[in-house]
Design a protein around this ligand. Sequence first.
Ligand SMILES: Nc1ncnc2c1ncn2[C@@H]1O[C@H](COP(=O)(O)OP(=O)(O)OP(=O)(O)O)[C@@H](O)[C@H]1O
Length: 936
Amino acid sequence: MDDENLTQSRVATSTRSRLPQPGLREMTSSTTNSRSGILPPGSIAKQAASVSPTRPKAPNPTDTKRSGSALRQPTNTTNTHTRGHSYASSTMSRTGSTASRSINAGFSSTIGSGSTRPTSAMSRPNPSVGPRKLNGSSMPRPATSMDTRADENAGSVLGKRKGEDSLPSYRLHSCPDVLAQGFDMSDVRNEISSSLPTSASQIDALSTTLSQINLNEDGPRKPAIWPPPKKPQAYPIPSTPNRLDGPSRVPVATPSKPSKPQSFMTPQRSPHKQIMPLFLTKDSSTRGFNCPTDTEWDHDLREKNMDEFFAAFMSRMNQQGQNSFGLKETVDLYKNRSTWLFNPPMNHPVINHLSEVNELEKSRDALNETNTSLRVETETLKSQLSAAEDGLKAARREQEIAMDDLDRRQRIELESVRQAGKQEAEALSSRHQNELQELKRKLESEIEDEKAVRVRELGKLTSQSASDLQKTEFELSKKLREIASMNSQLDSMKTELDRERKHVNDLRQNLDTASTNSVTLESTIRALKARIEFLEGGREEQSQAFERCNQEMMDALQETEAIRDKLRREETLRRKLHNQVQELKGNIRVFCRVRPSLRNEGPTDIAPMQYPDEFEDAKEINIVGPEEKNSLGAVLRKNNNFSFDRVFGPRSENGEVFDEISQLVQSALDGYNVCIFCYGQTGSGKTHTMSSTDGMIPRAVHQIYETAQGLEEKGWRYTMEGNFVEVYNENLNDLLGNPDELDKKRHEIRHDLQRGKTFITDITTVQLDSPEMVESILKKADANRSVAATKANERSSRSHSVFILKLFGENHITGERSEGTLNLVDLAGSERLSHSKATGDRLRETQNINRSLSSLGDVIAALGQGKEGAHIPYRNSKLTYLLQFSLGGNSKTLMFVMVSPLQAHLSETLTSLKFATKVHNTHIGTAKRQARVRDS
Ligand SMILES: Nc1ncnc2c1ncn2[C@@H]1O[C@H](COP(=O)(O)OP(=O)(O)OP(=O)(O)O)[C@@H](O)[C@H]1O
């Protein structure tokens, strides 16, 4: 057995080995062609060479149904194959089925029908079997087209063998759909060439077919029914490589390099010759028929072409006839083989091969069984594996549970151990605590004992150290004293040394001076000696002149002393004379002053006032009274003549007025009580005269300072203190105190009757160290009155203000002392207010003002009576009580009656002047000087 036969046999065997698939068993008719592959050598070598793998065509669903489950694999080759053998397949299928059923029964049936795998199955390698290697080489696999063709041939062979008169079934006739699609003539030619009949009857059949083709011009989609359906015969061209053709001709479909599948209708084209199509349709192109144009439809030309084609065809047929001989030989060979099959000769290669196949099948079965057993075993192992996994999971769960239990037990044990340890530790701790306390007590007792011992020792040491310390301190103090004494001695010695040094220096200086003086003295002595010598000549004359000068000097000194004494006497006399002058002027004097008209006051507002002796004595004033009707009805204006100590007209200044009162200020310095007050209606100029910046108060203070400085050389030294009080509603207010205390704080007036002094309780007293202080006092008083004015309207007009200046003088030569008081009083407005028009506070103010002013008049009138021991009503008002020692007696009083020039104020002016006239006509007794001669 050569290699080719062996290969073919293996192919067949491998093909059969895939047959156990159920679907494939139904294809036994097609699979029987596997035997067709066993051809005589060279019988179909040329056909095999011209056969190429079938080109795939469009699948036909109907064919798929017909092919069964085995054809479900979408191989176009299978579909084409099935479609191309529609009738033959049906016939062969029945046969095949029978054969298939006999496959498993015996070797012959395997050979006959079921040993070959279906075409579709063969179109690809079976994965289960695959390219099985036999003897280490890849087992070739027949091309699908060749298998198909082999199936047909096998069918035909079997048909013939069963005595059927089978004709070559030319598949073109059974494939109208394919023909209708139009195909290449080369395919037809190849197909025809591959399907050449081998017998005359076949040739006749082909001829008949061709004639029908020629006649079926208009029905391309109407396939020619040829050959008769009941006798389909595929031309027995072995599709499988014949072992006789040689291995090179076997179209082996290798998995690594599959060849292009080709349909049996489209064999390999010849590049040199184009074959006309057998059928033409309306849509077919005529270019391939060498037609002049596509529109020409020349039957003659077509017949001619067909004739030529037929001639060529016949020539081919002749050639194929020769090939038919080979086929006959093949038939004979098959016959011989059939004989061999029933009576196989011993040691024949085929038989051997079959036996090998049988063995292989057996081995396959064994392998299947082994595979089955292995599968079972695998399943068993899988089940065991799953069981083992389940067991493993269960064991794992059990292990986890066990671990949890173990962990819980360990925790419990740990907790118990911990509790035990804790209890043990506590017990140990308590035992240790007890031991510790016991030890502590023992140690404390030992410490106490030790401490007592140490304390005793310490006491001893302390006492000893104290005694030592005392000794040491004593010694130290002794040493310190010694050191101090030594230091003092050292200091004294240092002082002594310094003094000695200084003394030495002084001595040295004195010595130097003395030496210098000695030189000077020597020269002086020489000069004196010369002078003595000169003077000794006129000594008596010089001594007489000296005595004369000395006498003159003594006389001058006596004269000076006499002059000073005379001066003092004259000063005393001056004071006495001054007082006498003042007394002669009257202890109470009245000055009248008319203020000038203001800017807002026109000439018509001014009342006619005349000053008859203005340029002489200036003591009279004539005021023309308002118009009055006499008893006869005539309107008259009465002239009111007033005479006072001095009348100041509207052109007078404060300086001129002060010159007249400065004598009284001097009286205050001389130790008299002086009272100067201004009386008049509101707006008549009282404040302007008394408290303005150049008024009587500042000028008096300045004069007192100047006079006091002048008296210093006469031995007088003065100190001054001042008070500024207000009498409002018969209450005394301190204008230099807290303004909030106005009308709240009570001040009492106290009199020292023996000394003739007046004191006010809780009054602010200001030491007037300089004349400038009076200005601050006036400002302070004015500010307080302004604050009070917010409470009561026109405060300055509704209250009396009294500036009290006390003068204390002492003559350190004569030892005289003087205490004078200067009272400068600004009275409230003297206008008579009707009680019926005033109410409330204003009524009270009016009553108080009227009472105080009338009291003042009463006091002055009482003083004017001059009766010794007569009652003077000082207590009728606070004002008169305050001025008790400044009105009458030894006091000097000056009253300014202030006159408003306005016509509107004429009535009040006359009233004031009449009141002033009363005062002026009052003669107050002689004033007494408050002077004391020094006791010593
Ligand atoms: N001799 C004067 N020369 C210039 N102006 C004067 C003179 N006398 C008073 N006056 C002015 O007249 C106005 C009223 O004067 P003053 O306030 O002194 O009157 P008064 O009598 O004090 O009034 P009151 O009773 O209300 O205090 C002031 O503006 C003042 O400046």
